[in-house]
Design a protein around this ligand. Sequence first.
Ligand SMILES: O=C(O)CCC(=O)C(=O)O
Length: 299
Amino acid sequence: MGRSILTPAQTSAWRRDGWCVIEGAIPPSDLADAQSALELLFPRPEEMDDGGDVERTTPWRTWDAAWPEFPFKSTRLNKLVVHDVLLDLACDLLGTEDVRLYLALVTAKYAHQSSGYNRLLHTDYPNHSVVVPRREAGYEHLETFIYLNDVSTRNGATRLVSRTKTSAIPVEQHTLNLDDYGPLYDEPGEAAGPAGSVVAYGPDVYHRSVDVTAPGLRRIMMHISYRRADAEWGQYQAWAFKGFSPEWHDFVQASGPRELALLGFPAPGHPYWTEESITRVNARYPRLDMRPWRAALAR
Ligand SMILES: O=C(O)CCC(=O)C(=O)O
């Protein structure tokens, strides 16, 4: 198992509260690379505030937007999704080396963009699982936000409530209204952190978005979720569905066994691999270096 990036205090917050913020988790040069890809994707806050180029600004005026999904056009953003720091974190918190990626997209929050449904305290399991969360080790999912700029109260840090306050709420009550659950809306938990921080939380943790109104604000974060390989109930995106896109082909052909295993690609040594299947997969992905899979066959 990779080295843990969590301090003992973060590990106990994850176990007790179901969430924690890991400041400065992404190395600065990888963060800068990812940040440099953002200007093509999202308008600057001033463009949004002025109205800007309508075609460029209109899609992002609602949280209910078609957010860019992995695999991205940008290799630099893709690298973040499969970054060793995140994979080590997932292996650590999920208690296995065999993890899968089930969600990866990037969002931008701006002033006057309505958070819609997310303004209510909610858990994410209804669209992250076909069953309900189990909290015991071996059944958890890891949801993360990766901050691509500094996040504070000003630009809408997410509010999260400790599991210790919500354990008596019936599981089917995945969204909490303000009338019945007002005190939980006053809970102080706030996921503030500088760019490069990672917020880790589980699909049973109640959280909510906060709308922002002051001009000049933007919050950009990646939402990346992992599960254990055997936790097939954890779902959101399906990777084969991306299989016709050039972004998919570029990503696969730039990756190795550890990254590809995340997407369900059988690991070297798996019975799927024979001389024939290696040759045929290589015909689909001619630039994929298949030496690790061939080497495992020879053993
Ligand atoms: O935008 C936020 O602050 C939180 C987003 C959220 O609630 C979610 O992704 O489930």
